[in-house]
Design a protein around this ligand. Structure first.
Ligand code: SF4
Length: 501
């Protein structure tokens, strides 16, 4: 294999795979389907392998759009004018790809597509009817093109790339016309990733995960905030989330920079012994001996069973749970300072509070940018700075998918400008979780006012508890959460297999 060295990144880069193209570029230039996406979490945003990322960096694409340099879907960027999102390699002014010659296999394949069959038992090659050109093309020509591509997909370089990066295989889409099954690829993928289907977590899977959580009984008034799909889904741009049904039990997996882990224990009814053991077996297969194989957000109730099964349990930061009435009233001496700040904001500012609407997204984005600058200017510890850097893609998902994720949001405006926003969700009918809160830090009392309003609204809608999640180990966040006098700290553990010496 030949290599060339790229001066910009100083790394050895394998030359790109070149698949034949069916659609003439003059047609592509006139079309507005590819490279643009309605939402930041679009399942169809392009996937880059490690080599493809290296080449994209050399082509001038920003490194920050690749959450995992070993292979990831890109983080889409908001359109300057409009409500949609663009691939960061797309030049909107010329409607061209800035790295066309180096674009990833995922893009080269299009308008052909690799996808799972409807029952997820075989990989298929199909063509996407969303491509306007394909609707005009002669079926015989499409088939001849597909035959050429299939022959290339059988070559070890491409075949191994697809097997190593299962995200390159999309889920079944009704508007993709099936051309042929790919049995050799199906067999190789099952050999690598396990016989049970491994699915990317998409918005369509939220009801399935919600049903599994409801049936499991793990999602209760005093449960960790993590026992809700939105808690995980909002990070879908940064981490790759996957799910698999093992022995009829829903198992959630996440692929991080370090490797694979389970963000939740297996979610189902009955003993988790067998599914947990199977899931750990898969993590070992995918991670090797790495200590990254673990289960996060283990509640205290599961600790005895997991210890009996031989796992090591390590405590991590607990969730803060408050009585909702306490926070809505802020009565008595213990809430004196918060009350004074709320009063000050009400006295000094002319403002209005309104439910979040999709059209507020641009203003929220501007506020998040200001807020991040304010936080950075105050000086942040390294971990806090890292959390801040990761915030934008997660907030984009919430702004875009609030109603699909059943997240409620409110904004505060002063002088017609959004100066604060907050989002939260109902863990159960008794517990409201505060997911995000961003406020202009130059407006004294605004944060306290907005939090009290959130709690008052939740109480009016039946909340007994408010869960504000954990403090991420940040001392400042811990102090401000403690200052509201939690009724309970909900224990949280990480379970890891005991390593043999
Ligand atoms: S890499 Fe290029 S071809 Fe692929 S989605 Fe981005 S802009 Fe479009």
């Amino acid at each position: 294999m030949s290599f060339y060295t790229d001066n910009l990144v100083g790394a050895s880069v394998t030359p790109p795979i070149a698949l034949p193209q069916l659609v003439p570029s003059r047609i592509c230039l006139q079309c507005d389907v590819c490279c643009r996406f309605p939402d930041p979490d679009s399942a169809l945003r392009p996937y880059f392998t490690e080599n493809e990322i290296t080449r994209a960096l050399a082509g001038g694409v920003e490194g920050t759009v690749f959450p995992n340099r070993r292979g990831s879907q890109v983080i889409l960027v908001p359109e300057l004018h409009g409500d949609g999102y663009l691939c960061p390699a797309f030049n909107a002014a010329t409607s061209t790809c800035r790295i066309y010659e180096q674009r990833p296999l995922d893009c080269q394949l299009y308008p052909l597509a690799l996808m799972w069959g409807e029952s997820h038992d075989q990989i298929l090659l199909g063509w996407d009817t969303k491509c306007p050109f394909m609707r005009e093309e002669i079926p015989g020509e499409i088939q001849r093109h597909a035959d050429r591509v299939m022959a290339l997909l059988d070559q070890p370089g491409i075949h191994d790339q697809v097997v190593a990066h299962p995200r390159l295989i999309g889920r079944f889409q009704e508007d993709v016309v099936v051309l042929a099954p790919l049995p050799r690829l199906t067999e190789a993928v099952a050999g690598q990733w396990g016989p049970a289907p491994l699915h990317r977590l998409t918005l369509d899977d939220i009801p399935r995960m919600t049903t599994a959580l409801d049936r499991s009984g793990w999602s209760r008034a005093q449960s960790l905030a993590a026992y809700s799909p939105v808690y995980h889904y909002m990070w879908n741009g940064l981490l790759a989330y996957w799910w698999m049904e093992i022995r009829g039990i829903f198992c959630l997996f996440a692929q991080s920079l370090d490797g694979w882990f389970m963000p939740l224990p297996p979610i189902g009814v009955g003993s988790i012994d067998a599914p947990m053991s199977d899931a750990m077996g898969l993590l070992r297969r995918w991670n090797g001996d790495s200590p990254v194989s673990r289960v996060e957000n283990v509640p205290a109730q599961l600790v005895p069973e997991l210890e009996r099964l031989g796992y090591r349990l390590t405590p991590k930061e607990p969730d803060y749970l408050y009585r909702a009435m306490d926070l809505a009233a802020l009565a008595g001496d213990r809430y004196k300072s918060q009350r004074a700040l709320c009063n000050r904001f009400e006295r000094e500012q002319s403002f209005e509070v309104a439910p979040y609407q999709a059209g507020d997204r641009q203003d929220c984005r501007a506020l998040l940018r200001d807020w991040s600058r304010q936080k950075q200017a105050e000086g942040l510890e390294a971990f806090g700075a890292m959390l801040l850097a990761d915030a934008a893609p997660a907030h984009e998902v919430i702004w875009s998918q609030a109603s699909a994720l059943r997240v409620t949001g409110r904004v505060v405006r002063t002088h017609g400008r959004i100066c604060a926003y907050t989002f939260g969700y109902w863990l159960t009918s008794a517990t409201f979780c505060v997911l995000l809160e961003v406020t202009d830090r130059t407006l004294s009392g605004l944060a306290q006012y907005l939090f009290r309003e959130t709690c008052r609204t939740a109480v009016a809608e039946g909340a007994e508890y408010i869960n504000t999640m954990d403090d991420a180990g940040l001392p400042g966040l811990c102090a401000s959460k403690q200052a509201y006098h939690p009724a309970m700290l909900i224990s949280n553990f990480v379970a890891s297999p005991v390593r043999e010496s």
